[in-house]
Design a protein around this ligand. Structure first.
Ligand SMILES: [Zn+2]
Length: 435
């Protein structure tokens, strides 16, 4: 089929260049040869999670969690008095069995002048990320076009078959009349260290007002506590202002690796450093990450595995895939809880291809409780597997690449020309934009 073949080409390109990008930015390599060691595809050794090192102390200030939260929203307006989602009883719900669109983002660029500064990371950030300005316009457009946010966990469910086995089936969603369901997901919300010098926020934390804030440094090195610079806090704020965008209280799916911890906290173990100091520091990071996880969950965010080491599961050996999955369970699921959602790094499907086959690694993930396996594609494709109780699907990608080259395909969400940020380089990874 044309779309399938085309999609294959796209995914290969995406995998290749995302791999190059992550290799370049300190991520685990996606094409390492399988290793017989218990921890294959060893990523670069993370720096010890020294908070004072990650966050340069600013004279007269404290670490983020000790900072008083601003009394007002950063735009000067009063914070919303209630974050309660609009109750579904206020609108009439109708059954929906059509396509559930799924759009994903990476972390957004808070400071384009740091991201697009001509260094080695520029092309990758330009290709795979959007800026805060673009993201704001995208959310507004998505909302204006009648989408509402739904939880990916609600789209399919596992049931017992007549023969006593298990299978997945599509649920009929009940949604407000006239609306269209949308899943938003956010890959690599780990706040990798390379991002700190490339125009991104550094971490999330809970302010004394109980809300989620981002911490980071502006281009002059000054501390910035904000809700306007991070994809997560921006969506939180947008829904406070437009509660009918989230009629069920759902926000987005956060897809986490583990090799540099989660959410800006260096919670990862290190197989090379076995000092008491390292472990004590790690435990402190875990204690800081826990309330952030709990607050995110309470606010409607939910989690997926994005593998521990951002490995290429398409080519990884079974031993590598298994060891990586085990490590994610140990270091990430232990903090965010169990999930049945697996979001492939590089969009790279387990065992080479989970569409045509169900391989050993896929079965291993299944044994860990994973049921929905998401890749990347040109449409919000999904298929219920018949040989095992699982769903495979694709997500569309909101990024510089599709802004440059596929405005028509994404017109159902936003107008590329309207959201385009002129701070982007003229020439992208694949040349100038096509419009
Ligand atoms: Zn990723």
């Amino acid at each position: 089929m044309f779309t399938r073949k085309f999609k294959g080409v796209l995914i290969i390109a995406l995998c290749l260049f995302t791999a190059l990008f992550f290799v370049g930015c300190g991520g685990a390599t996606g094409n390492a040869e399988p290793s017989p060691s218990p921890v294959p595809s060893e990523p670069p050794t993370p720096r010890p999670p020294d908070i004072e090192h990650v966050i340069p102390p600013i004279e007269g200030t404290a670490t983020p969690t000790e900072l008083p939260a601003p009394p007002q929203a950063s735009d000067g307006s009063e914070p919303a008095t209630s974050t309660e989602p609009a109750t579904s009883t206020e609108v009439s719900l109708v059954p929906y069995n059509g396509i559930v669109e799924h759009l994903f983002f990476h972390p957004v660029v808070a400071y384009p002048e740091l991201a697009f500064d001509g260094d080695a990371k520029e092309a990758g950030i330009d290709e795979y990320m959007v800026t805060v300005d673009e993201y704001n316009k995208m959310l507004q457009s998505i909302y204006d076009k009648g989408y509402i946010l739904v939880d990916m966990n609600d789209v399919w469910e596992e049931y017992t078959t007549e023969s006593g086995g298990y299978a997945m089936r599509r649920n009929t969603l009940m949604i407000p009349e006239g609306k269209k369901p949308l899943i938003l997901s956010y890959d690599d919300t780990n706040y990798y260290e390379y991002m700190q010098t490339n125009g991104f926020t550094f971490k999330l934390f809970i302010g004394t007002d109980g809300e989620i804030w981002s911490y980071g440094l502006d281009p002059e090195g000054k501390t910035v506590i904000s809700q306007d610079l991070d994809a997560i806090t921006i969506l939180e704020k947008f829904i406070r202002e437009h509660p009918d965008f989230s009629p069920f209280g759902v926000k987005g799916l956060l897809c986490l690796t583990g090799y540099e911890g989660i959410l800006g906290y260096r919670t990862n173990k290190d197989t090379k450093i076995h000092t008491t100091e390292f472990e004590e520091n790690r435990q402190r990071e875990i204690e800081k990450a826990r309330p952030v996880v709990e607050k995110l969950k309470a606010n409607g965010w939910y989690f997926a595995s994005h593998s521990w080491g951002h490995i290429n599961l398409n080519t990884a050996s079974f031993a590598s895939s298994k060891a990586d999955a085990d490590r994610w369970q140990d270091e990430v699921a232990s903090l965010v809880g169990p999930t049945k959602l697996m979001v492939y790094p590089f969009g790279s499907r387990l065992d080479g291809d989970d569409v045509k086959q169900t391989g050993e690694a896929f079965k291993y993930y299944h044994s860990l409780g994973f049921r929905v396996f998401a890749s990347v594609g040109i449409e919000s494709f999904s298929r219920i597997k018949t040989d095992i109780s699982a769903v495979i699907c694709d997500r569309m990608h909101a990024d510089g690449g599709t802004l440059r080259r596929e405005p028509d395909r994404y017109a159902k969400f936003y107008d590329a020309a309207e959201v385009w940020d002129d701070s982007r380089p003229v020439e992208g990874m694949y040349g100038p934009r096509k419009w």
